[in-house]
Design a protein around this ligand. Sequence first.
Ligand code: SF4
Ligand code: SF4
Length: 406
Amino acid sequence: MQSVTLARRSEASCHDCDLPAHGECPAVAHVPVAPRRHRSTRPLAINNSLVHGICNCNCRLCAVNKASYSGPQEYQPLEVTQALIRRVIEAAQQGLRIRYIGNAGDGEPTLHPDFIGRMRLFGDMIRTWDDRQVPAPEVAVITNGGRLHRPGILEAIADNGLTLIISFPSIDPEAYGHAMMGDGARGEALLKQVLPAITAAMTAAAKGSLRRLQFHISPPERDLIRATFDRTVEYLSSTAARVGLDHLELIMFPATANRSGLIRNVHTGVDFYRDLFRRHNRRLHHGVRVDMKLSFQRFFPKMREFRDLLRHYAYPCVWNGQFFFTADGTSICCNDQAVRMPLGNLRDTDLSQLLAIKEDFLPAVTCKGCDQAPQRMQGGRLLALFRFLAGRKLRRSLREQGRTEP
Ligand code: SF4
Ligand code: SF4
């Protein structure tokens, strides 16, 4: 079983100091003031923290609910959700395609007091989308599943044509409890709530009333996942067969985010789970086809999209290469759970300019404690090539700005 330790809070965090405004903080001095238009041409994904810093779980690899967590704790106000949708439509009209919006991120989205109303807003966006310019984004809800059985939650996702993604690291009660609560003894009670909701979601998907159902084999507790994966696939496929669902989509997470440096874990490299893919991917279990994918394939489905990242980003970090919005609309890197490096806000800046800020971004305070910096990534020849190219690009960007160190 892997061990996890909590890192100390940084003195530079916006949430640890008494300064009245971000503008006076040296930790965020890197944010460009007058952004240009973006250069990147690949379609993008958005992670929207409908709920930030509030969760009914306490996953070991997440900073939320830990004593070290210093980020915001809030529900997304209505005007931010509305502004996000307006920005996505505006971006499409400008030729910037958002292909995926995941309501997830740094809190449990189904805890939002107006969850059903917000799902309706996304459903309205899809229903009224003018796709003459670009196709409508796929909109998803990523949930730990603990509230899926509550009245109206599954229906709100299904009725609005959204994708449901359930984080499900293991069918083993002890492993599940460890991963989701840091306490193996709580797994059985948790699974009693989650498993009937999974059956209900599979039934809805089999009947065609739920657009799409996926499982994130996550949080990426590698040892727990590996030790129980065969049983997890067996459980999910036999349940799917029982309710008439003919396929399963499983998303694997090769790397572990360390969440603003607040969480550290012993596995800092990348595990592509090649043996698990060999055993289960594209195979039939109980007559149910199992399709497995790696999480980054959602964000970079084609190799040429990595080329776009290396070409247009001063610091080509995979995890800063998409949009991540906090509940108040602040643009962050996906690993910046404590919001130490705000990169603009969608309420007053359009997506093209926010993307340009990301393209110009150079390593800052959170990157110092980050085990997913491109120049530190470990795990095979392809990653070695990416590490080399990203490191070369970063050195050139730093030279151009007269800086010597990340
Ligand atoms: S990873 Fe997700 S489900 Fe787990 S504690 Fe963090 S926000 Fe909650
Ligand atoms: S290196 Fe920096 S930009 Fe990249 S994931 Fe880590 S904190 Fe985010």
